[in-house]
Structures are given as structure tokens and as C-alpha cells.
Design a protein around this ligand. Structure first.
Ligand code: PGA
Length: 260
């Protein structure tokens, strides 16, 4: 089991703690490189970072960011963010980028609309290298154990590539993002470009966020079960020195007895 698990009493406290980790790294290294997730879990962290920017002057102007993934067929030019779609680029624009001082040219997201996706994946890897690697990679976790869109059975050695999404992930994404926006189930993309597991693991520090009862089983299995490709997040157990798991009480309920 990984030792570095920080359990907060609720979602808000988890989010504030996660934001304080990110802010600490930015203050320590104003030109740091962050790896960012989408999903419902990090929204509270992004909100708190926006507050820190607006009221405490937390400055993102030297920061570079790399998003974990993007749906195939979707994407957004951050210089012309007008089209309405369900791309992760749009999510990042709405939930975070447009509120802070991050430079658009330093906010990198794989382009799911690229004609040559293999080339796009290689290009993305080369941009991460060019930036000097990722200082802090923030992750969510899927109910099936995916990190980024590395679904169960993704090789631990995988690099940025196109991944077929599993039925559970498509169903989760439909309920959380596509249904509320009025899209039909059939409109949820079935493929995504995702940083690979090996790409993620090269980050100097990694922080995984998990919140809610629906994640309690997967958190338990990923962090205390066998390390295997069928459970992608279990690979994090191999790097206890650089992994920080931040959860709320319910997500950790099968792991630890809450004491605070
Ligand atoms: P969620 O997604 O934050 O919406 O639960 C997490 C993930 O799929 O990685």
C-alpha cells in the first residue's frame, strides 16, 4: 500500500489541499510544468486555484501545462474558443484557463482533430520533453482504474497514443458530461488520445485525486491490490516516493479509518 495518502473530510477540503500543493509548486518554481486532468473530480481544485489567482495573486504566466487526454474528433483553438463542443480543451478553457494568467501558447492539449493522430501523439511527447518534463502530474481515477484514458490492460510501457474507451468509461462520461449538456449516448466519442502510462510515470511528482463513494472500491483495489495492467492505477504503487494520493473520506472508506 502507498504510504502517502492524505484523507480530507470532504470534497471541498480535498480540493483546497490539492490546490495548495499546486500553488506551492508554482511559488517554488514559477516556470514549472504541470500535467492536468479533466473530469468532475478536479473542478473544485481548479476553482480554488482561480480564487488564489484572483485574491492572492497566484501567477500562472510562467507555467506550462499538458493535459492528459482529448477525445478523438474533438478539440479547440484556444485563440478562438467559440465553438460549442464537449472537447476536453473546451472543459479546460471554461473551468480554468480563461480565469487565470496562463498563456494560451503554454496550455497544451493533444489535438483530437489532427488528421494524422500518430504524428500528433509523437509531437505531444516531444513537446513534453522539450519543456523539460512534467514537474507535477495531477490524475483522477476512473471507476475501472484508468488514469488518463489508459484503460484496463494498457501496457505500463505505453506512450501517448489513441486508446479505445471501454463501455464503463463511455457510460460514466455520458452520465457526467454529455447527458447534462443534452447529447445522446451515441454521441460520446469512443476513442481518445491519451498520454501513456510510461509518459505519466516520468513526471517528477504525481498527485492522484479521488472523491466520493463510487471511487472507494477502485481506490482500495488500485492502492492495495496486486500491481497489474488490468488495474492501470495500481502501477502507482511502484513509485511511493513520488506519489501523493489525496481523497475525501468516502473515497478512502475501504482503505483507512478516518480519524481527523
Ligand atoms: P471523474 O473522472 O473525475 O469525472 O470521476 C475521473 C477519470 O475518469 O479519470
Amino acid at each position: 500500500m502507498i504510504g502517502n495518502i492524505i484523507v480530507k473530510s470532504n470534497y471541498e477540503e480535498m480540493s483546497h489541499y490539492a490546490a495548495s500543493v499546486v500553488a506551492g509548486i508554482i511559488r517554488l518554481k514559477p516556470d514549472c510544468v504541470l500535467g492536468l486532468p479533466t473530469g468532475s473530480t478536479p473542478i473544485g481544485m481548479y476553482k480554488e486555484l482561480i480564487r488564489m489567482h484572483q485574491t492572492e495573486g497566484l501567477d500562472f504566466s510562467g507555467v506550462t501545462t499538458f493535459n492528459l487526454d482529448e477525445y478523438v474528433g474533438l478539440g479547440l483553438d484556444l485563440n478562438k474558443p467559440y465553438t460549442k463542443d464537449q472537447s476536453y480543451a473546451r472543459f479546460m478553457w471554461e473551468e480554468f484557463f480563461r480565469h487565470v494568467s496562463l498563456r494560451k501558447e503554454n496550455a497544451l492539449i493533444p489535438d483530437g482533430r489532427a488528421k494524422d493522430l500518430v504524428k500528433e501523439c509523437h509531437y505531444y511527447e516531444s513537446r513534453i520533453k522539450q519543456a523539460g518534463g512534467i514537474d507535477l502530474q495531477i490524475l483522477g481515477i476512473g471507476t475501472d482504474g484508468h488514469i488518463g484514458f489508459n484503460e484496463p490492460s494498457s501496457p505500463f510501457s505505453s506512450r501517448t497514443r489513441v486508446e479505445d474507451l471501454h463501455a464503463q468509461t463511455i457510460a460514466d462520461n455520458y452520465e457526467k458530461f454529455f447527458k447534462p449538456a443534452g447529447f445522446a449516448k451515441g454521441q460520446v466519442p469512443k476513442r481518445a488520445v491519451s498520454m501513456g502510462i510510461a509518459t505519466v510515470l516520468e513526471a517528477k511528482q504525481i498527485m492522484l485525486l479521488a472523491s466520493g463513494q463510487e471511487k472507494s472500491d477502485v481506490v482500495f483495489k488500485a492502492l492495495s491490490g496486486p500491481i497489474m495492467e488490468e488495474m492501470p492505477a495500481s502501477v502507482l504503487q511502484l513509485f511511493p516516493e513520488k506519489i501523493r494520493i489525496v481523497t475525501d473520506q468516502t473515497a478512502a472508506s475501504r482503505m483507512v479509518k478516518y480519524t481527523e
